[in-house]
Design a protein around this ligand. Structure first.
Ligand SMILES: Nc1ncnc2c1ncn2[C@@H]1O[C@H](COP(=O)(O)OP(=O)(O)OP(=O)(O)O)[C@@H](O)[C@H]1O
Ligand SMILES: [Mg+2]
Length: 230
C-alpha cells in the first residue's frame, strides 16, 4: 500500500510581484518501507517538496494522502499530532537545542508524547546507543562534532518510532566519513525498523544509498531512477 500519495501538487510563492512556481504538478506514490532519494539542482523544489511531504507547508493546489488520510481535510491539531507521532525530521544544520545535552535533546519528542520519568530516559539512551553515542549522553551541542550532532538529531527523529523519516541534505555539512556513517544508520533504520526514509541530497553517492531516486528539475519530476542492488 502507498504510504504517501501526491497528486498533481503545485506550490506557488509570491515574491513581491513575481510569482515563483516552485512545484509544477508533482505526482508520486511512495510505498511503506521505501528508501527514497530526491536530487536536483539548487532551486528545483526539493525542500519545498519535502516540506509538503512533512506537512510543514501546504500545497497551492493538488492533493496529498498520507497513511490513507487526506491531509487537506485535517485541522491544525490533527496535523501536528500526525507530525509528532508519524514523522521524524532531520535537517542539514542538525537543529539541536544548544542548552540541552544529547540525552535531553532526544527526550524532547517523548515529552511531547507524554512519556515520563525513567521510561523516557531509557528510551532516549537506547536511541543514542543505537547511533553509537552511548558515551556522549551528557555532551552539549558545542561539545559534539558535526557527525555526532547529526547522529543525535537522528536519534531524536526515530526515538518516537515514526513510520517516516524526512531528511533535507542530512550529510550536506559533513565530511565523507561522517556521511557514510549517517547513511549506514539510515539503511539500518530502513531495513531493521522498517522506517520509510525520504532524503534530499546533492551527492550521487549518498542518493544511491536509497533504492529509488526522483530527479527534480524546475519544479517537476524529470525522471525516476531505480538504484541497482549493491
Ligand atoms: N518562502 C518562499 N518564498 C518565495 N520563494 C520561495 C520560498 N521558498 C522557496 N522559494 C523558491 O522556490 C524555489 C524552490 O525552492 P527550494 O527551496 O524548494 O529549492 P531546493 O531544490 O531545495 O534548492 P537547494 O538545493 O538550494 O536547497 C526557488 O526558486 C526558491 O527561490
Ligand atoms: Mg533545499
Amino acid at each position: 500500500m502507498a504510504l504517501l500519495e501526491l497528486n498533481d501538487i503545485h506550490k506557488n510563492y509570491l515574491n513581491g510581484n513575481v510569482k515563483v512556481n516552485a512545484l509544477k504538478g508533482v505526482s508520486l506514490s511512495i510505498e511503506d518501507g521505501s528508501f527514497v532519494s530526491i536530487m536536483g539542482p539548487s532551486g528545483s523544489g526539493k525542500s519545498t517538496l519535502l516540506n509538503i511531504l512533512g506537512c510543514l507547508d501546504t500545497p497551492s493546489r493538488g492533493s496529498y494522502r498520507i497513511n490513507d488520510q487526506n491531509v487537506e481535510k485535517l485541522n491544525d491539531a490533527a496535523l501536528s499530532d500526525l507530525r509528532n507521532k508519524f514523522i521524524g525530521f532531520v535537517f542539514q544544520q542538525f537543529h539541536l537545542i544548544s542548552g540541552l545535552n544529547a540525552l535531553e535533546n532526544v527526550e524532547l519528542p517523548l515529552i511531547y508524547q507524554g512519556v515520563t520519568g525513567k521510561a523516557r530516559k531509557e528510551k532516549a539512551q537506547a536511541a543514542l546507543e543505537a547511533v553509537g553515542l552511548g558515551d556522549r549522553l551528557y555532551h552539549r551541542q558545542s561539545q559534539l562534532s558535526g557527525g555526532e550532532q547529526q547522529r543525535v538529531a537522528i536519534a531524536r527523529a526515530f526515538v518516537k518510532n515514526p513510520k517516516l523519516i524526512l531528511a533535507d541534505e542530512p550529510t550536506g555539512a559533513l565530511d565523507s566519513k561522517a556521511s557514510e556513517n549517517i547513511m549506514s544508520i539510515f539503511k539500518n533504520l530502513n531495513e531493521e525498523k522498517k522506517i520509510t526514509i525520504i532524503q534530499v541530497t546533492h551527492e550521487k553517492s549518498i542518493a544511491e544509498c536509497g533504492k529509488i531516486i526522483y530527479h527534480l528539475l524546475d519544479g517537476e519530476i524529470n525522471y525516476i531512477e531505480e538504484v541497482q542492488a549493491h
